[in-house]
Design a protein around this ligand. Structure first.
Ligand code: SF4
Length: 62
């Protein structure tokens, strides 16, 4: 699984970084970014939960 944040859609709410901090962190601009795009198998559920928690659907999992 690959995780990406669509910066234009992110409103910086912090939900993803709270739900799955192993993958999502807040950058200096106050927007979410990925620590690593490649999501390890054991973190796929958490990454999915983070995407589901995003109010603007800014997280793209593929
Ligand atoms: S949950 Fe969505 S809107 Fe909130 S910080 Fe993460 S990517 Fe941005």
């Amino acid at each position: 699984m690959i995780a990406q944040v669509e910066k234009d859609a992110c409103i910086g709410c912090g939900a993803c970084a709270s739900v799955c901090p192993e993958i999502f962190v807040m950058d200096d601009d106050g927007l979410a970014t990925t620590l690593q795009e490649q999501v390890p198998e054991d973190l796929e559920d958490a990454a999915q939960e983070a995407a589901d928690s995003c109010p603007t659907e800014a997280i793209i999992l593929s």
